[in-house]
Design a protein around this ligand. Structure first.
Ligand SMILES: NC(=O)c1ccc[n+]([C@@H]2O[C@H](COP(=O)([O-])OP(=O)(O)OC[C@H]3O[C@@H](n4cnc5c(N)ncnc54)[C@H](O)[C@@H]3O)[C@@H](O)[C@H]2O)c1
Ligand SMILES: O=c1ccn([C@@H]2O[C@H](COP(=O)(O)OP(=O)(O)O[C@H]3O[C@H](CO)[C@H](O)[C@H](O)[C@H]3O)[C@@H](O)[C@H]2O)c(=O)[nH]1
Length: 348
């Protein structure tokens, strides 16, 4: 049984599908602070298999310990955490408490239950301002905001833990920019309030929920002046978790970029989204956003060499799948236009 923390979230629901489709048993733990259980009900519908859902907080060591023991968990995929850069500047201690302390509590529960295999969601944000591109795993680390520092501190903690005890096997996955949705259109990203990230905002403009996209800067040193990022399809990202889980046979830490290696500009994303959706996405150029860099994209060769993992879905596919999710669920999970044949969770 695999314990998936943050399982009801955007990436977690897609990882649930990847794990269930691979025939693994899953217990998903989430405190639903940024998600809805509907995502996991739909993940079950997609796979035709049920999982166990437990409403719990990773900061609650006893609750996590009880789950680890009750379901005979053998490995943990740890995605639970807060992720908004702006919020983390405003409330750094909340971020340190939830992300760093929460991970400490989880690790402590794992140690007590003798579960010592972990896959952790880190972020390309740990690299900070790129000294060179593409970013390989050896690039120096220097996160520029509290959210990024929570990921950095957790990475350091995991390295120390593995040095101290050779029984631990840890995969650190540095995600670039996850976008898109499962091809069924049943699960996808459902941010609360005005989206901070580009793709969900573009999708909400296309569907008519918002008026236009403000492009943060068109004077970067890039071909069209707008920022360049490494957008990666969330289904490709999810499959990377399976690959790393299968690969964690040796003790120690394996740190891997999950990106495509291709950079796409903000304007390119908007134009591609318009083309696949047939909708217009009005935009306006505005000031640069504090903390943004001109370009950020991965060197994904280590992932391919060590895990045999490679992203396969194009930007057009990312936009098309994101659009299918958004157009079928204009109000996200709250709209619930879909009537899914709800499979019951194995334990409610
Ligand atoms: N989406 C991105 O752009 C991105 C990029 C890099 C890394 N990540 C990391 O990937 C992970 C998943 O991100 P996501 O985009 O799916 O975000 P998300 O907010 O959709 O999912 C996170 C989930 O964790 C849950 N959660 C938060 N704190 C919790 C706690 N204390 N106990 C239990 N559950 C808790 C939330 O309710 C949510 O369901 C996060 O750790 C995030 O930092 C995301
Ligand atoms: O309303 C918007 C939102 C974004 N952008 C631009 O779109 C690009 C992508 O921005 P996102 O906010 O979608 O993504 P970031 O690259 O800023 O950051 C994301 O990816 C990082 C990893 O690369 C970290 O994981 C971070 O937490 C996560 O939010 C940037 O050039 C940004 O300036 C706009 O022009 N307008």
């Amino acid at each position: 049984m695999i314990l998936l923390t943050g399982g009801a979230g955007y990436i977690g629901s897609h990882v649930s599908v990847a794990l269930l489709d691979a025939g693994l048993d899953v217990v998903a733990v989430d405190n639903l602070s940024n998600s809805s259980k509907a995502s996991l009900e739909r993940a079950q519908t997609i796979c035709g298999r049920s999982l166990v859902f437990r409403h719990a907080d990773i900061c609650n060591e006893e609750a996590i310990y009880e789950v680890l023991r009750a379901y005979e968990v053998t490995a943990v995929v740890h995605l639970a955490g807060f992720k908004a850069v702006g919020d983390s500047n405003a409330q750094p201690m909340t971020y340190y408490e939830n992300n760093v302390l929460g991970t400490m509590r989880l690790l402590s529960a794992m140690k007590r239950a003798s579960v010592k295999t972990l896959v952790f969601s880190s972020s390309a944000t740990v690299y900070g301002i790129p000294a060179y591109l593409p970013l390989d795993e050896k690039h120096p680390l220097g996160p520029t905001n509290p959210y990024g520092r929570t990921k950095f501190f957790i990475e350091e903690m995991l390295k120390d833990l593995c040095k101290s005890d050779p029984d631990w096997r840890v995969g650190i996955l540095r995600y670039f920019n996850p976008v898109g949705a499962h091809e069924s259109g049943l699960i996808g990203e459902d941010p609360i309030g005005i989206p901070n990230n580009l793709l969900p905002l573009v999708a909400q403009v296309a569907v008519g929920r918002r008026e236009k996209v403000f492009i943060f800067g068109n004077d970067y040193d890039t071909p069209d002046g707008t920022g360049i990022r490494d957008f990666i399809h969330v289904v490709d990202l999810a499959s990377g978790h399976l690959c790393v889980l299968n690969h964690l046979k040796q003790p120690g830490v394996l740190t891997v970029n999950l990106g495509t290696g291709n950079g796409h500009s903000v304007l390119e994303v908007i134009q591609t989204f318009e083309a696949v959706s047939g909708r217009s996405v009005p935009y306006e150029f505005g000031e640069r956003r504090t903390g943004d860099v001109a370009a950020c994209y991965a060197d994904p060769t280590f992932a391919e060499r060590t895990l045999g993992w490679k992203s396969v879905r194009s930007l057009a596919r990312m936009c098309a799948d994101h659009w299918r999710w958004q157009s079928k669920n204009p109000d996200g999970y709250r709209g619930a236009q879909y009537q899914t044949n709800k499979l019951k969770f194995r334990v409610g």
